[in-house]
Write a protein that binds this ligand. Structure first.
Ligand code: AMP
Length: 396
């Protein structure tokens, strides 16, 4: 298909949109924020950054329409795109790959909203808005959970009454699947071997963080669970806590909504440091002598190293430990502190390669003789665009 492709990622009050050209290269990206408020605004990035006006209290549909109008007026998009790819957070057990969206698919996304109440409804809003803007264009759903549908039952079941799983779907689903799949694809490409024979540990460390064990091309264990709250320490999310905490805090007078919001928005690096969820700012604060920032970084790396150790139990061999996401790709210190705890597992970094993020080394940052460790930039939007293009071409 020689057309352009749009990638849409709707959050509760935001839209990220990317426009890909016929050669699969991103041409423009847009970010609309504060939707539904008087401060609604959007910026478009091409070679330069342009702010575009949105009406007060613009909703998602108005935001998308304004961005597309701008792309058309500036001749970036001269006809309808060949396909639109949508990031959808939760596909439950229904979706193990990307699909062309029809009514049955939107119904299923709606049914999964129970599992992702903050995400799926707003993902659907984006889908419906694009369907009304482009009624004849193939819309494709790409699920964060799909890549993890290969998890074996011993990895996805919680040790809880079985009927909670059978009646309510209480199990581990895993998220960031598009990014982990991107690591598999990129590493197998670099190693010039098929993805079905590639095994790795993929650590996606951004504002959200998750780690996945991929054995012979399949996700076999992952740190996020029923929701994206479980596992690693994240920007504002706690990751693992003792489930006994909930009863304890309720006896202290906190209601479940407050507890949930605190675990999601006020915990993680922000909670530990009492300052910020931004790793770069924390590293600076730590250098300036802020002890809470230092402890937050230490705890982040400790939890991560512990999880890397745990993920090794799911692999029979490891072609590489891969760091990605804003922190994984950029933080020399996090990689250094984490891998320093893994010498017993056979991982050691080369300090110079780590400092240069593996540039000129195909991303490799390990010392000679170590198990391989790589830095690989993630490209979730590119993965979504590729699926949209493929499914769009099959659907003409
Ligand atoms: P993401 O969600 O993938 O955009 O990642 C955001 C996180 O990456 C934030 O915590 C940033 O502070 C962090 N990050 C970005 N650049 C750097 C850097 N140079 N050093 C440390 N952390 C960084």
């Amino acid at each position: 298909m020689q057309d352009h492709v749009l990638v849409v990622n709707c959050g509760s009050s935001s839209i990220k949109l990317a426009l890909y050209g016929p050669e699969d290269r991103p041409i423009a990206s847009a970010l609309a924020e504060n939707l539904g408020t008087a401060e609604a605004r959007a910026t478009i990035r091409t070679n330069e950054k342009t702010a575009i006006a949105l009406p007060d209290h613009s909703d998602h549909e108005q935001g998308l329409a304004a961005i597309i109008d701008w792309l058309e007026a500036n001749r970036m998009l001269q006809s309808a795109p060949g396909a639109v790819g949508h990031r959808v957070v939760h596909g439950g057990e229904r979706f193990s790959e990307s699909v062309v969206i029809d009514e049955a698919v939107t119904d299923a996304i709606e049914e999964c909203a129970d599992l992702a109440p903050l995400h799926n409804p707003v993902n659907l809003t984006g889908i419906r808005a694009m369907q009304s803007l482009y009624p004849n264009v193939t819309q494709v759903a790409v699920f964060d959970t799909a890549f993890h549908q290969t998890l074996p039952s011993h990895a996805y079941l919680y040790a809880l009454p079985r009927h909670w799983y059978e009646d309510w779907g209480v199990r581990r689903y895993g998220f960031h699947g598009t990014s982990h799949a991107c690591m598999l694809q990129t590493l197998s490409g670099r190693l010039k071997q098929p993805s079905r024979s590639t095994s790795l540990i993929s650590a996606h460390l951004g504002n959200g963080c998750s780690i996945t064990a991929i054995e012979q091309g399949q996700s076999v264990d992952t740190s996020m669970g029923l929701t994206p709250l479980e596992g690693l320490i994240m920007g504002t999310r706690s990751g693992d806590v003792d489930p006994g905490l909930f009863d304890f805090l309720q006896r202290k007078g906190l209601d479940p909504t407050t507890i949930n919001q605190t675990l999601n928005r006020e915990s993680g690096l922000r909670g530990l440091s009492g300052k910020t969820n931004d790793m770069r700012a924390l590293e600076q604060a730590s250098l300036d002598g802020d002890e809470h920032a230092t402890v937050a970084i230490e705890a982040f790396c400790f939890r991560l190293a512990r999880y890397i150790g745990a993920m090794m139990a799911s692999l029979t061999h490891c072609d590489g430990l891969v760091f990605t996401g804003g922190i994984g790709e950029n933080s020399v210190r996090v990689r250094e502190k984490t891998v320093a705890r893994l010498a017993m597992l056979g991982f050691t970094l080369d300090p110079e390669r780590n400092r240069s993020h593996g540039d000129g080394q195909q991303g490799a940052i390990h010392a000679d003789g170590s198990h391989p460790v790589y830095v690989i930039p993630t490209d979730e939007e590119g993965m979504i665009a590729a699926d949209a293009r493929t499914l769009g071409a099959q659907n003409v």
